[in-house]
Design a binder for this molecule. Structure first.
Ligand code: ATP
Length: 244
């Protein structure tokens, strides 16, 4: 059984604008799946329909089926989805700039009552991101873009997700940092068994670590399948991989 299944999902903004037009995707247990596509294709909106971050009071509505671990979650609010095991790292690395990395991690772990457990999770995150440990005393606002991205991922891991959704983790980062972040994402998936749904415009880097990928265009799935099949498709190479 898939961990996450979207079946014919539509998302409307402003009551009338159909941004996602009947998308069906699956993320297997422990899978690593990428959503690729240009700016405005609807990738971030798909993630919001999964984490529940749409705002119905502003006319933002998701329809269709979103099921997680066999349960239809579309009616659940975002904290309930986090408790089910869904973590969403938004685009733009939102960390608390006035708090240290450790304080950021503690703030993300409010669901855990057991302090010893929180400390063990912090140690685990610092083990994955040694750079964060080195900057333990700095305010997060003074960390580099790459370090803030690491902290944003670390915060998500404090909720002990079954599914980690990452929105454009490579955005604005130097190439060596992109490699470092993608290596860490790969090891979170491989070593901890956390399934990953990765939204990326850097299709080459994403296809390198993903098992499956979907190409989103104008709110629809244009193509989906094994990452190596998409990488070797000439149309994908031409449009998304710089013609290589
Ligand atoms: P990006 O990488 O730029 O975030 P994306 O593929 O993630 O691109 P979305 O952000 O999901 O695309 O946007 C899909 C469409 O929905 C776009 O046409 C966008 O303008 C529109 N859209 C996104 N957010 C809103 C919103 N809050 N209100 C109205 N329209 C929106």
């Amino acid at each position: 059984m898939a961990l996450l299944t979207l079946n014919n999902v539509e998302v409307v903004y402003d009551r009338v604008f159909l941004a996602v037009k009947g998308v069906s995707i699956e993320v297997p247990e422990r899978g690593l799946v990428a959503l690729l596509g240009a700016n405005g294709a609807g990738k971030s909106t798909i993630l919001k329909s999964i984490s529940g971050l749409l705002k119905p009071e502003r006319g933002e509505v998701s329809r269709g089926e979103v099921s997680f671990a066999g349960e239809d979650i579309l009616a659940l609010d975002p904290p309930d989805r986090v408790r089910r095991g869904i973590a969403h790292v938004l685009e733009g690395r939102r960390v608390f700039g006035h708090l240290t990395p450790e304080e950021n991690l503690i703030a993300a772990a409010s669901m855990h009552r057991d302090r010893g457990h929180v400390t063990a999770l912090i140690d685990k995150v610092f083990g994955m991101f040694p750079r964060l440990k080195q900057r333990a005393k700095a305010k997060a606002g003074y960390l580099s873009g790459g370090e803030q991205q690491m902290l944003a991922i670390g915060r998500a891991l404090m909720t002990e997700p079954k599914l980690l959704m990452l929105d454009e983790p490579s955005l604005g980062l130097a190439p060596f940092l992109v490699d470092e972040i993608f290596d860490i994402v790969r090891s979170i998936n491989a070593d901890s068994g956390v399934a990953v749904l990765l939204v990326e415009q850097n299709a080459a880097a994403a296809l390198d670590i993903a098992e499956q990928a979907y190409l989103i265009e104008n709110g629809r799935i244009l193509m989906g399948g094994a990452a190596e099949v998409l990488s070797s498709n000439p149309d994908v190479a031409e449009a998304y991989l710089g013609g290589n």
